[in-house]
Structure formats: C-alpha cells, structure tokens
Ligand binder design. Structure first.
Ligand code: BES
Ligand code: ZN
Ligand code: ZN
Length: 485
C-alpha cells in the first residue's frame, strides 16, 4: 500500500484509473481540468449515475479508466461520506483488476479543508483494499495498491498521516475480525506486545495474579466463568515532553460476550465476537499515534476478558469490589463491560492524566437511540466532549451527546452494596451505564465515554466495506490527539 503525491497533473498520469468524486451531479474537481470536465459531462448524459452516496461506476477508456463515485447531495453531506466514497471506488476498482489510482490533490467542497480531504480520501482508499481472508482457503494474496494525489501540493503532512493511519487500520482489522476462539485475552496481549515493539511503544501486561494483587475485582469477576484468563494491557507512547500529563484511552475488550449466567438469546449472539471493539479502536489509535510521531504522551489501556457462563461464573446477586474500593452488586452478568471498565478507569485515574476517553460496545440501548449512524458520547467536561464531537465531524465519525443527569447516578445505587450494575428503573440504558462508569473517575479529571455499540461493526455488506469491524473511534481519536500537538 502506497499513498503519495505527484505534481504531474491528473490528466497526464499513467495510472490504471482516475477517481472522481461527485456531489450529486456536481463534479468536485478543482478549477482547471476543463477538457476532463466536459468529457465527464458527456459521459453522464448517457449514464444512470446520479452521484448518490455509495453509487459508483467505472467508465472504460483506452489507457486510464475513470471511476466516478458519489458523495450524495450537499444537504446530507458529512466527511464520513467522502472517506466511504474513496473506499467504494478502490474496492470497485480492485474488483475490476485495477491497482494504481490517481485523485486530484484538492477538492471543490465548501466544508472540507484540503488537509482533511487528503486524509479522508487516503485513509478511505486504504480501507477499500481490505478484505478479511484469514479463514478463506481460496484467498488470493492481496495485490499491490497505490494512490497518488496529483497537482500542486503545499504540505504533504496529511498524505503522510493518511498512509500511517491506513496501515494502522489494516493491521488491526485482521485482529478485530477474529472470532472468540481465535482471539482470547492472552492472544490480544501477545498481539499488542508485538505491535508495540514494531512501533516504538511500551507494553505492559497484567495477568490474573497481578490483577488479584491490585484488587481489580471487576475484570476478574467477568473472566471467572471462562477458561480464558483476563489480561489488562497497557500501551504507552512517550511523546516528547516527559513532564506533560498523558491522555489515557481505555477500551472495553470483551473477546466474547455470551452474557454469562444472564445468558443472551441465541439469535445474533455470534456478533458478540465484536464486543472487543472498544479495545480494537484504542489499539488502532495507539498505532496511529506512534506512526505519526505525535508529541503528546498517550496511554492506551485494554481490559480484556471473556464473559462465559462456566461453573465458576459470577452469579446475579454476587457482590464484588472494584480497584478503587467501591463495592458492586452484579444483578445482571450481561452488564459486564462496565465491570471491566470500572477497574481500567481506576487504573487510568492513577496515572494523573490530562483526560480519559473510554470506548465501549456497552449497551444495546445505544443502538435503540442512534442506530449505526453515530456513537453516543457522555462525559463530565463540556470542553472535552465538544472537542471530541468536533474531531468526530472532521474525521467523518459522528458522535451525539446524551446527558449525565444525577438521576441516572441515583438509579445505579444498590440496596446491598455501593452500586448495582443494573439500573433500578430500567430506562436510559446508555446514560445509566455511563453514570455507573462516572463513579470510577475522580471529578477533577476530564473524562468522556463513547458508546460504540451501533457503530463498531457492519452486519450487512456496504459498497465501502464487507461485513466486519469498522474500527470506529480510531479515526476521531487520531484527529483529536493530533490537534493536541
Ligand atoms: N456487549 C453488550 C452490549 C451490546 C449489545 C453491544 C448488542 C452491541 C450490540 C453489553 O455487554 C450488554 O449486554 N449490555 C446489556 C446491559 C443490560 C443488561 C443492562 C444490554 O445492553 O442489554
Ligand atoms: Zn453483556
Ligand atoms: Zn458486552
């Protein structure tokens, strides 16, 4: 995979295909290129292509083919559609046997900066080459791919970032798509260690003995019904200033969520191999941070455990103790993500961070509220929440804020312990889960929680991606962390 820049104009490139983005029937090519523009208008007269989001056609031509891809009309536009369009074009081109692609170095779009355009298109194109083939006996080796931004380019940093981020996404995708039997906590830890070594991060792993010594009663309780032991994985990117406070990213990494004794229904349970996707987004973001050489120190914590109903499993009614000393009555063993996160957040708070951001496929209620169109964000700090929402807009990953009213905290009180892992009222599932997490973060540390239950994986094929992990969250974290530099 190679993403690069060339000052040779688009029309003089000897590549397999040119990719052209259309906002409805509006060509988004920058000024100039008048001959190409009139060729395209002629082609469009005879075509059913309307430039709708996800629509893609390849016009054969002697030499370089033309791939037209839609981002839809302006009123529905957001940056994610541009990244998806780039992925769609490359996916379609690759299926047609094309390997080298060219795009213009600029785009005529009012709300997208030149740097964001290059990052979104470069990263999307890389994503479009991805296929999860690990278990396909007849899989072909993935072929070489190149994308060239053509024309005048003042600053190549966005193109370099696209290459770095694309590589991080592709490498983690193969791990994120592994099923529960192939990716137990120990395997995630080994993968993280290797990735850390290759990218200049440090990596510490805590196993059962150390977690017991530390009093991490939540993650241990979740893992006790499984034959697979838990791991707490801590990755560190030092940054350049040893005195700077780190930003800590925390990811729920439940390698399979059966629900435990509060067993989930059979239908759709297989998708719970993706209950590790909070951790997968954090792993990806850590690799992006390392590859981009950011100055800001960043720590990633993955709480990895498998939630199974074995004979040693926690029972509804059991009372456990978190790392920060609070006691929790487990009224539903399927609300396990918050038990893993309560310890991880406690450990994060000890690191005296500038901010903590956690990501988790935490509640089905989040899917009821927002579907797969946006992730929910809740937090204790308006500035942090707004910054993350803004980075999400730029990075094409939409966040929508839900409130953290005191009522939700009250709803999580237990009659027998400090807290219950299940709300009394049964309402506001996403917000009550966040209110529970808030009890493990000291008030003076800015903290935000992203519930990615609806956005972490795709269940049906889309033009830009086959079913599987999306790694939602990594892109916006990279955008936000780069803005801290
Ligand atoms: N991992 C699930 C949440 C989930 C469900 C994510 C479906 C994506 C798709 C989580 O551990 C869970 O089971 N949550 C329960 C909590 C409830 C028992 C309070 C839920 O949402 O039903
Ligand atoms: Zn669960
Ligand atoms: Zn879960």
């Amino acid at each position: 995979m190679k993403i690069s820049a060339s000052s040779t104009p688009l029309t003089e490139q000897k590549k397999d295909a040119l990719i052209l983005f259309f906002q409805g029937l509006e060509n988004t090519l920058p000024d100039g290129y008048e001959t190409l523009k009139s060729e395209l208008s002629e082609l469009l007269e005879k075509s059913a292509f309307k430039g709708e989001a996800g629509q893609c056609v390849i016009f054969p031509r002697s030499g370089t083919q033309l791939i037209l891809v839609g981002i839809g009309p302006e009123k529905y536009y957001y940056n994610g559609l541009l990244e998806q369009a780039a992925a769609t074009a490359v996916k379609a081109g690759k299926a047609a046997g094309l390997k080298s692609f060219a795009v213009a170095s600029e785009i005529n779009l009012s709300d997208t900066s030149e740097a964001d355009y290059q990052l979104l298109v470069g990263r999307g194109a890389a994503w479009g080459t991805y296929a999860f083939n690990t278990f396909k006996s007849d899989a072909k080796k993935s072929s070489a791919f190149s994308l060239t931004f053509c024309g005048a380019i003042k600053d190549r940093s966005a193109i370099k970032a696209a290459q770095a981020q694309g590589k991080a996404l592709l490498s983690t995708a193969d791990l994120a798509n592994l099923p529960g039997n192939e990716a137990p906590p120990a395997k995630i830890a080994t993968w993280a260690k290797k990735m850390a070594k290759e990218n200049g991060l440090t990596c510490e792993i805590m196993g059962k003995a150390e977690l017991t010594k530390k009093g991490c009663g939540g993650i241990l309780a979740v893992a006790q019904g499984s034959a697979q032991d838990a791991r707490m994985i801590v990755l560190k990117h030092a940054g350049t200033d040893p005195k700077a406070k780190p930003i800590v990213l925390v990811g729920k990494t439940v390698t399979f969520d059966s629900g435990g004794i509060s067993l989930k229904p059979g239908k759709g349970m297989g998708w719970m191999k993706y209950d590790k996707c909070g951790g997968m987004a954090v792993l990806t973001a850590m690799q992006m941070v390392a590859r981009m050489n950011l100055k800001v120190p960043v720590i990633g914590i993955l709480g990895a455990a498998e939630n199974m109903p074995g004979s040693q499993a926690i029972r509804p009614g059991d009372i456990i103790k978190a790392y920060n000393g609070k006691t929790v009555e487990v009224l539903n063993t399927d609300a396990e993500g918050r038990l893993v996160l309560m310890d991880a957040l406690g450990l994060a708070a000890d690191m005296k961070p500038k901010a903590i951001v956690d990501l988790a496929t935490l509640t089905g209620a989040c899917i009821v509220a927002l579907g797969s169109s946006a992730a929910a964000i809740l937090g204790n700090d308006v500035k942090l929440v707004n910054e993350l929402i803004g980075s999400g807009i730029d990075a094409g990953e939409r966040l929508w804020e839900l409130p953290l009213f005191k009522d939700y905290t009250d709803d999580m009180k237990s009659d027998f312990a400090d807290l219950s892992n299940l709300s009394k009222s049964g309402g506001a599932g996403t917000a009550t889960a966040a209110a529970f997490l808030q009890e493990f973060v000291p008030e003076d540390i800015p903290w935000a929680h992203l519930d990615i239950a609806g956005t972490a994986w795709l269940e049906s094929p889309k033009p830009y991606q086959a079913p599987g992990a999306t790694l939602f969250g990594a892109r916006l974290l990279a955008q936000w962390l780069a803005a801290q530099d």
